[in-house]
Design a protein around this ligand. Structure first.
Ligand code: ADP
Ligand code: MG
Length: 251
């Protein structure tokens, strides 16, 4: 088995005349923690959407576990083990944390859940739910209604719901955005304690957070690959300093 889990080969995403992602190639190894950084509008989220299939690449190839998924539907990619976090908008506020976990594990819609009602966890579901809640630092909140959780805890629940489904690749788009400093620390602890066999690709603005979490950093600018390196080298990279300090003008 190749040690490359995700390979992007000259990936491009075009919106009309705009090349939001332009000829990006990269390899992410199994178990790696990779950050994608770059200023606003650099194409980071668009690149994620090309990886997950929400907005497929218009050129190039996305290869996951040796399989060309460039044009696969998002649900097919998810079934292969590729996962982005649930969004808060997909949480069910009037249900408990545990019930939300059950919905995620069973892949149910809220309509189906309210129709069939809540049933007991199987032993396997309980083990998966408890494991994911523990990693997400939410195990003491299993019986709490989601609407009573803080914003930060809801973000932790998104992570737990995603983890419970057993992803091999976890894509996190600004997981700490909008969080208070104390909540950011919890999110970074959760990311740090993810099982080592889960490969993580993280988009994040907070440099201190990013550089403390990942093995390798890829920087995009204007949709294009700009630079990459180990965290220790990234702070001193003059190309990256230029785009972050706005010294580099748009091409
Ligand atoms: N659905 C879309 N239609 C047209 N343009 C888009 C769309 N999504 C993103 N863009 C544009 O693509 C560029 C990259 O955006 P995005 O990937 O969101 O950047 P980032 O996540 O790095 O901030 C931006 O110029 C943005 O306006
Ligand atoms: Mg974005």
């Amino acid at each position: 088995m190749s040690d490359v889990l995700l390979k992007l080969d000259h990936v491009g995403v075009r919106f009309g005349g705009l090349k939001a992602v332009d000829d990006v190639s990269l390899n992410v190894k199994r178990g790696e923690r990779r950050a994608i950084i770059g200023p606003n509008g650099a194409g980071k989220t668009t690149l994620f959407n090309a990886i997950t299939g929400i907005n497929p690449a218009t050129s190039g190839q996305v290869i996951f576990e040796g399989r060309d998924v460039t044009r696969a539907q998002p649900h097919a990619r998810a079934a292969f083990g590729m996962s982005r976090t649930f969004q808060i908008t997909n949480l069910f506020p009037t249900l408990t944390v545990e019930q939300n976990m059950q919905i995620a594990l069973r892949g149910l819609s809220p309509q189906k859940f309210s129709f069939f009602g809540s049933s007991d966890f199987t032993a396997d579901e309980r083990q998966k739910a408890e494991g994911a809640l523990a990693i997400s630092r939410l195990n003491s909140r299993a019986q709490t209604l989601v609407r009573e959780l803080s914003y930060g805890e809801q973000r932790q629940l998104e992570m737990a719901m995603t983890l419970a489904t057993g992803p091999r690749l976890l894509l996190l788009d600004e997981p700490a955005a909008g969080l208070a400093p104390s909540e950011r620390i919890i999110v970074s602890d959760v990311i740090r304690s993810l099982p080592s066999d889960i490969t993580v690709v993280l988009i994040e603005h907070d440099m201190d957070l990013v550089l403390s979490l990942v093995d390798w950093v890829t920087c995009l600018n204007n949709g294009r690959f700009l630079a990459e390196g180990a965290p220790a080298d990234i702070r001193n990279n003059s190309d990256i300093q230029d785009v972050y300090l706005g010294r580099r003008h748009h091409a």
